[in-house]
Structures are given as structure tokens and as C-alpha cells.
Design a protein around this ligand. Structure first.
Ligand code: MRU
Length: 357
């Protein structure tokens, strides 16, 4: 894993051999960004099962549950993490079922299947980005500025990126875009990561502080905003990096289209609205300190890592399966219905429970 905490100052890679290290890397944000977290979690499961010393199917099942539990307790908001864990568990159950029928559980076969499934998820996430990029590029202006938020590039996914993938493809198609990059306090994913990625790719950008977003949306000739997502509820409400909500409201106020670009693995149709999205609260030191140096007095500080943008501010949601527009409860469901068994809208029971509350 490329250590994103140290970018852009240093390029440092880590190799992990134990699933607990992978969980730690997700929690400590060595790797971040919803799709990348999902792929890392799948790899973590594969690593854990592969290295397990279990001698019976029951032992391996118990170990899988512990591995998934550890990985699930790393970061709560990104849907892709849970999507990947569910998919790995499903693959395990299918393979274990077949092994069970064959007599004694074929543990080597199960271990191999877990590795192949994680690699398959990695590959799919890469092609997802390319499709998102193609669908989204058509919505970008032919010339002018686009604003984004946080980091949604290759660092945050397994391919060219989601929102940044859209911008990359649009530019490759000949659109003349300049990217307005809010620094994204407090963790500075915009300043540290997006600015770095765009500069490396030779894409023109202007770095701004978060509190300049309204000014530029009003005066700066911004043709579109395109952001990623950590979790999208059934009605299209979208959790993304803190600060996204204010950009969406200001885009709406200034009649600038606001697009969300994300793979369908970010969709959570089990929750009716964004009110049900768990928002990660991060350490207050990320607000009161910068790289270990205190920048505020010793006072209380809040640090919600994400906010929820209501669907009414979202012009369209760009996925690898196409572009959804309001009413999202219908368009997103239709999108998943065509997606096959790995993207099941199969949470009816949980949804009914939430609605009954
Ligand atoms: O806390 P982070 O850095 O993991 O948050 C990342 C974001 O909010 C991204 O915008 C989102 O995951 C989409 S990444 C393609």
C-alpha cells in the first residue's frame, strides 16, 4: 500500500502479511477513499483466510467471521467496505457449500477462491472507474472550470478514480478543463492528494481553501461540480467528505450542476435516506493540530469526517451502469436491478425495520 498519510512529501509503500495490519492501515488512513477501502478490505479477507491455520471448515468459518468483524470495525461510513465484506462472505459460503457437498471441506480450494474473488473485485473496480469516466465525461463542460472536493482519484479507487476519473476522461476527449481543488480541511485530501495527482497527470488546477468555494461558484465561471461519495441512500441523499454539503447548496444557489460520481458498490438501498448514514467522528486533534503542531488553543473541537448532501441538490449520480436522475428512489433501484447477484437490493427486511421506527 502507498502510504497516503505521507503524500505529497514522501512516496512510501508498505507490505502487509497479516489481515490485522490491513485493518490498521484502513483505520489509520494509510489507504482511504471508499472504493479503495473496499478493495483493501477484500484483500484483507483473502490474506486472513489464506494464512489461517484452521484445520476444519467450522474453524475456518469462525475465523472468517472474526476477520470480517475486525475489518468492519475500521471505518463506518464508506458503504464499499461493507459491500466488499458481504461479497467475500457470500463467495466463502458458496465455495464452502460446494466443498461440503463433496464430503470433507476442501479448505485449500476455499482459500484459493477467496484470493481469486479479491482479485476479481480489484479488477471490477478498475473497469467501474473507466465506465464512470465515460458516462460522466459527457456531462462536463467543453471548456472552463470544474470544482471537486476531497480526493477521488487513483489514490481513492482501484483505477483512474471516480470524480477525478470523469475529469480525466473528459480532458482525454479534448475538453479544456481546469480543476478548482478545495484543500478539504482538516485532513487536506484536496491539497495533499488531489493537487498532487492532478499535477502529476499534467491537469491544470487551482488550489483554493474551503471557505473560497462559495466565492468561486458565484464569480468564477464554474461549469460543474463533480464529487465522489462514501454512501448513497435509496433516495439519493449522499454522504461524502465534510464540506461537500455546503458546496452542493452553493452550487444550487448559483445554478451550477452538481454531480456525484460513484460505483454502485457505494449505493445502500437498505436505508431510505441519508439520516441513517453513520457519520464517522475523527479525533479532534486533526482540527486543533497540523502534523503534530498545535494551531488552536486547548479547546473542544468537533471532527465529523463526512456530511450528507440531500438528493434535491444532486443534478445526477454517475455510476458504472449509467447516469441516474431524480426521482432517485426509482432510478437507483432500476440501476441495481440490472446489476446481478453481487449488487443485490436484498435488504428489504432491514429497510422495513428502519421504516417502522
Ligand atoms: O476520509 P476519506 O479520505 O476516506 O474520504 C474520502 C471521500 O470522502 C471521497 O470523496 C469518497 O470516498 C469518494 S472516493 C472515490
Amino acid at each position: 500500500m502507498l502510504d497516503q498519510r505521507r503524500l505529497p512529501v514522501e512516496v512510501v509503500y508498505h507490505t502487509y502479511t497479516y489481515y490485522g495490519e490491513v485493518a490498521g492501515a484502513i483505520r489509520e488512513m494509510v489507504i482511504r477513499g471508499a472504493p479503495a477501502i473496499g478493495v483493501a478490505a477484500a484483500m484483507g479477507v483473502a490474506l486472513g483466510v489464506q494464512r489461517s491455520t484452521a484445520r476444519t471448515l467450522d474453524e475456518l468459518k469462525a475465523e472468517l467471521a472474526a476477520i470480517c468483524d475486525t475489518l468492519a470495525r475500521t471505518r463506518p461510513t464508506a458503504r464499499d467496505l461493507f459491500w466488499a465484506l458481504e461479497r467475500m462472505k457470500r463467495r466463502f459460503a458458496e465455495t464452502a457449500g460446494a466443498a461440503g457437498v463433496a464430503g470433507k471441506g476442501d479448505l485449500a480450494g476455499i482459500r484459493e477462491a477467496m484470493v481469486v474473488e479479491a482479485q476479481q473485485i480489484h479488477l471490477e473496480k478498475k473497469t467501474d472507474d473507466e465506465a464512470i469516466g465515460r458516462f460522466g465525461a459527457e456531462l462536463m463542460p467543453t471548456d472552463g472550470q470544474v470544482m471537486t472536493q476531497c480526493n477521488t482519484g487513483a489514490l481513492a479507487t482501484a483505477g483512474i478514480g471516480s470524480a477525478l476519473g470523469v475529469i480525466r476522461v473528459a480532458i482525454a476527449q479534448g475538453r479544456k478543463l481546469r480543476v478548482l481543488v478545495p484543500e478539504t480541511r482538516p485532513y487536506l485530501q484536496g491539497a495533499r492528494l488531489t493537487a498532487w495527482e492532478l499535477a502529476e497527470a499534467g491537469i491544470p488546477l487551482t488550489l483554493i481553501t474551503d471557505n473560497m468555494a462559495g466565492h468561486f461558484l458565484k464569480t468564477g465561471g464554474v461549469g460543474a461540480v463533480v464529487v465522489g461519495a462514501d454512501r448513497i441512500a435509496a433516495n439519493g441523499d449522499t454522504a461524502n467528505k465534510i464540506g461537500t454539503y455546503q458546496i452542493a447548496v452553493l452550487a444550487h444557489e448559483n445554478r451550477v450542476p452538481f454531480y456525484v460520481a460513484a460505483p454502485t458498490s457505494t449505493l445502500d438501498l437498505s436505508i431510505p435516506s441519508g439520516d441513517h448514514i453513520p457519520i464517522e467522528e475523527r479525533p479532534p486533534e486533526e482540527v486543533t493540530h497540523f502534523q503534530g503542531v498545535r494551531i488552536a488553543p486547548d479547546v473542544a473541537a468537533a471532527n465529523p469526517a463526512f456530511d450528507v448532501t440531500p438528493a434535491r441538490f444532486v443534478t445526477a449520480i454517475i455510476t458504472e451502469r449509467g447516469v441516474s436522475r431524480a426521482p432517485y428512489s426509482e432510478s437507483l433501484r432500476r440501476l441495481l436491478e440490472s446489476a446481478g447477484p453481487n449488487y443485490p437490493p436484498r435488504f428489504e427486511a432491514r429497510k422495513a425495520k428502519l421504516e417502522a421506527r
